[in-house]
Design a protein around this ligand. Sequence first.
Ligand code: AMP
Length: 192
Amino acid sequence: MTETIEIPETDAPNSFAELMLAPELLRAVEDAGYTTPTPIQARAIPLILNGRDIMGLAQTGTGKTAAFTLPIVQRLLGGPRRARALILTPTRELAVQVKESFARYAIHSGLEIAVVYGGVPLGPQETALRGGVDVIVATPGRLLDHMERQNVAFDDLEVLVLDEADRMLDMGFAPQLNRIVADIPKYRQTLL
Ligand code: AMP
């Protein structure tokens, strides 16, 4: 079950170090030139690091992507190279942006990140997936194609993110989302 928690703005941490991010992440944040967490980052990062399921509501431009990307990278540090985090997005453009975010924040963390979306050949995506990845950013239809071809297995999945879940539902992706969710572990962290 997902709980909703209100955290008073005044208690929100105002540095990334206070958010208990690992040195690899603090260096990446510094490289990106960020000095202060945005409100959604200050509130969401500690909860996500604690393994909570959360639903975050924020406009674009508020630092929402880093709010889930940073703690996911931290959670995956040092683990086996298996598909352990899956981020579903409604569009190819958003998938590419989220992938770039992961690449930026994981720069000192040695994680492999793949992005898969429709409208382009399957081959290069298949090669990337079969080569072993830690994080997959995907649009739902193309991910299902890869799952059906057994290009990817989610036995080790730890975190599922539905980015812009409302838009995915508006775009009619509910059947694909249901099929994906039916095929991944039940015991996982879920972020909306
Ligand atoms: P988003 O809402 O996640 O798409 O982020 C919007 C923009 O804000 C992106 O270009 C980020 O690079 C940038 N950004 C994210 N977090 C911070 C931060 N704490 N300080 C300054 N810029 C940030």
